[in-house]
Design a protein around this ligand. Structure first.
Ligand code: SAH
Length: 452
């Protein structure tokens, strides 16, 4: 029998959330997840089909010259007509990769508890806008909303709304189905930043936007899970003549294929993005991530709230992480663009720099540590005790292993948070006053969850 530590009755309620809802839909944990880290530019698995996107990119290169890796990534992933994310569902066993919320409901439930815990820690503001960037199939938000529903007595005076930033028409359709059962209204007013709205199964309003800037300001709690890794990166290489940007050109030996080339001279990008003290020979920089973090930091500085970012990544020490996945296998990044996912590890040290000190940051902390601090072991035990089905037990244990095993997702994925400075300052004072160890890391997940 699992014992819940004293003083955590609300957490106990949350960890005891009704479980039939999701688990019965997912019995099999896929053998591979998207973000296994292999070196970039591995063997191609298929021939080189000339996709519509390849034709488009070749036309572009012929007209205006080689393109940056960032431009390539942006086109391949989010071109409105043929972009990879735009018109099909790539998540899950039948797709190209699987993510933590798709593997186990426990993941989203613990994230839901994190938001309630932070909402409480910031003085229970009257409104709670949950803003998810890149919500995939809507599974994570759905699991979070189930926790909010379970903790209704705590949140009943709070005006909750959901704001989804999603560029893909196909995925937003799936999100709407997951979250509202399909009861949505497409916004016909082209001047409105909201392109779709609906009401969740529990009556919470949900709005869809294409960009973060469109989300109304207010006390927002932001979430980005496996979102930053999809943002376009620039690649640079050190040469004897100095730094050069890596570009993509038409392969002179195979005119229906693309290849990497180096810019013949330095460009404004090399000047602007490479730090003087840079020690690596290959560097990837994601300016879109930098801009987004600046926006999040400004909003949190002005309005409070918090942001939780979870992704695989590093602290400014990795070099070559640009890679592609198709059907859960590594794929050549330049072959058949538009038919496979493109991704690069998130540089958390860069994200931290780009907050420009406007907010406090916590992490990156390994997923296994974050989830342990959030009480994953207690939750697992509750679910195991609630079921006598051996297949269910197997699924629960397998998915726990996938999330927590350091060789699987446990060490590769990291949690990183942005918080208003006052949030930590207040807690630090408490630490000084009380000298208690448990308060020295007062933000749930980054320290053990303490929730009275
Ligand atoms: N968070 C989900 C899905 C991750 S896949 C999960 O963990 O399961 C990346 C998500 O980001 C998809 O929903 C994709 O459509 C969205 N996305 C990618 N680039 C985007 C952009 N530039 N703007 C908004 N959404 C984007």
């Amino acid at each position: 029998m699992t014992r819940l530590p004293a003083g955590r009755s609300l957490l106990a309620v949350a960890l005891g959330v009704s479980w039939q809802h999701r688990l019965l839909r997912h019995h099999v944990v896929p053998a591979a997840w998207r973000r296994q880290c292999f070196g970039a530019g591995s063997k191609a698995e298929d021939s080189s089909p000339v996709t519509p996107l390849l034709k488009h990119l070749m036309f572009k290169i012929k007209s205006t010259g080689p393109i940056t890796v960032a431009e390539y990534m942006r086109e391949v992933l989010t071109n409105p007509v043929k972009g990879y994310y735009m018109h099909h569902d790539m998540l899950g066993e039948k797709g190209d990769f699987v993510t933590s919320p798709e593997i186990s409901q426990i993941f989203g439930e613990l994230i839901g508890i994190w938001y309630v815990s932070e909402w409480m820690a910031t003085g229970k503001p009257k409104t709670l806008q949950l803003v998810e960037l890149g919500p995939g199939r809507g599974t994570l938000t759905d699991d979070i909303l189930r926790v909010f529903n379970q903790l209704g007595s705590l949140l009943n005076k709070c005006d909750i709304s959901i704001h989804l930033v999603e560029v893909s028409p196909k995925l937003s359709e799936i999100q709407a189905l997951t979250l509202t059962g399909g009861k949505i209204q497409s916004e016909l007013d082209v001047t409105s930043p909201v392109y779709m709205k609906g009401i969740s199964k529990a009556g919470i309003p949900i709005f869809w936007y294409r960009e973060l800037q469109d989300v109304p300001q207010g006390t927002c709690f932001y979430l980005a899970h496996e979102f930053f890794d999809a943002l376009p990166i620039h690649k640079f290489q050190r040469t004897e003549q100095g730094w050069r940007e890596v570009l993509i050109d038409i392969n002179p030996k195979a005119p229906d294929q693309l290849c990497f080339v180096l810019a013949p001279s330095a460009t404004p990008a090399t000047e602007y993005f490479i730090q003087g003290k840079e020690a690596r020979d290959h560097v990837e920089v994601c300016p879109d991530a930098g801009i987004l973090i600046q926006r999040l930091a400004c909003r949190i500085q002005e309005d409070g709230g918090a942001a939780l970012i979870a992704d695989y990544g590093h602290n400014g020490n990795k070099t070559d992480t640009f890679r592609s996945f198709r059907s859960h296998k590594l794929h050549d990044v330049l072959i058949a663009p538009g038919t496979a996912d493109l991704t690069a590890d998130v540089d958390f040290s860069y994200l931290q720099t780009m907050t420009q000190g406007r907010v406090a940051t916590l992490g990156p902390l390994k997923q296994q540590e974050f989830l342990k601090n959030m009480g994953i072991d207690v939750r697992l035990q509750v679910l195991l005790q609630n079921s006598s089905d051996t297949a269910m037990h197997k699924h629960l244990l397998q998915s726990y292993d996938m999330l927590m095993n350091p060789k699987k997702m446990g060490d590769r994925f990291n949690f990183f948070a942005l918080l208003p400075h006052q949030r930590l300052a207040r807690s630090d004072q408490k630490v000084n006053l009380q000298h208690t160890k448990s308060l020295s890391a007062p933000v749930a997940g980054f320290g053990e969850l303490v929730w009275k």
